[in-house]
Design a protein around this ligand. Structure first.
Ligand SMILES: Nc1ncnc2c1ncn2[C@@H]1O[C@H](COP(=O)(O)OP(=O)(O)OP(=O)(O)O)[C@@H](O)[C@H]1O
Ligand SMILES: O=P(O)(O)OC[C@H]1O[C@H](OP(=O)(O)OP(=O)(O)O)[C@H](O)[C@@H]1O
Ligand SMILES: [Mg+2]
Length: 283
């Protein structure tokens, strides 16, 4: 059987979450900082630890079958890869930012100005789409410092909390793209079966993260009211309790509207509500 290769970031924002995801998929491997390739002992897979900028091309060229990388890096490297699954971490936005005292008020006023960035390809497309001609200054890092040094009028960089912008006297001005980590694969890979197996494992971990397992007690007289409020994977499990006319209901609830549902369940008469994390959901 052929061994698959998956490329993940060696160190940086996506490394820890990528390793955690693969471990949660039941893959056993060592994660020494010094090793650039690590074999998985219980699945035909090797993990390559790379600079994130190189991951899309490695996948496109077939050196790796799969990769975990930010959408921003994929767009910037302009590769042809298949988007297999959004992963829900590494969420950030690519924004244009200007100094707090800038005279720029409208996006069209970027015309003829200079913008420093590590994302010249994406920025160039954005400016063209908006019919703006500006001077793109490509630098390799610490972009936020450039307006203060007089190197540019604006910047285009990643933002999540906005803390870095703020501490450099900048404010967000225009949204260029939003991004999160994604699982990518090579278009037309010959290892389809193994890849599908891995994707299913990833999806079962993500599904479990989005849901909670809930057990509650309810009087049979109020059971219908409670069942109306519950989604469940198929339908909730209802188990009789020792106390006459009482049942326990077991179900899963999506994390996103968890508290609204719990409030509704309490109002419907639910008691002794126990909530547990779920490790995996295999459909
Ligand atoms: N502030 C942030 N919040 C959330 N996600 C972010 C943030 N900054 C970057 N990211 C995401 O994490 C990815 C990796 O960011 P990081 O800063 O570690 O990259 P890097 O310095 O280019 O790393 P490398 O050394 O691998 O080239 C980015 O491409 C982006 O998708
Ligand atoms: O909005 P914030 O939460 O402040 O995050 C934004 C910062 O995060 C990223 O850099 P990172 O910290 O990953 O360092 P790097 O530039 O060395 O990659 C990005 O390039 C910004 O500088
Ligand atoms: Mg990088």
């Amino acid at each position: 059987m052929k061994t698959l290769k998956i490329a993940i970031q060696k160190s940086g924002r996506l490394n820890e979450k990528s390793v955690e995801l693969l471990k949660n998929c039941g893959l056993n491997f060592e994660n020494y900082k010094s090793s650039l390739i690590s074999p998985v002992s219980n699945f035909p897979l090797e993990i390559l630890f790379l600079r994130d900028d190189d991951i899309p091309e490695y996948v496109q060229d077939g050196i790796a079958d799969l990769g975990i990388v930010g959408e921003n890096v994929i767009q910037e490297t302009e590769v042809e890869v298949a988007y297999l699954q959004k992963l829900g971490f590494g969420k950030c936005s690519l924004k244009i930012a200007i100094t707090n005292n800038s005279d720029i008020e409208d996006i069209k006023q970027l015309e003829g100005r200079s913008i420093a960035t590590t994302y010249p390809v994406i920025l160039d497309k954005f400016l063209k789409d908006n019919s703006i001609s500006a001077d793109i200054r490509t630098i390799s890092g610490s972009v936020e410092i450039s307006p203060g040094l007089g190197l540019s009028d604006a910047i285009c960089d990643l933002v999540s909390t906005g803390g870095t912008l703020k501490s450099n006297g900048l404010k967000p001005f225009a949204d260029v793209m939003s991004s999160e980590a994604v699982l990518i694969g090579r278009k037309g890979s010959e290892n389809e079966l193994l890849i599908q197996e891995l994707i299913q494992r990833v999806q079962s971990v993500l599904r479990a993260k989005e849901t909670k397992y809930v057990v509650l007690n309810i009087n049979r007289d109020n059971l219908d009211k409670v069942l109306d409020l519950l989604p469940g994977v198929k339908s909730p499990t209802v188990v009789p309790l020792a106390e006459a006319n009482w049942v326990a209901v077991h179900t899963v609830i999506p994390e996103r509207d968890f508290w609204e549902r719990i409030t509704g369940l309490k109002q419907a008469g639910a008691q002794g509500i126990v909530v547990m994390p779920i490790e995996k959901i295999i459909l």
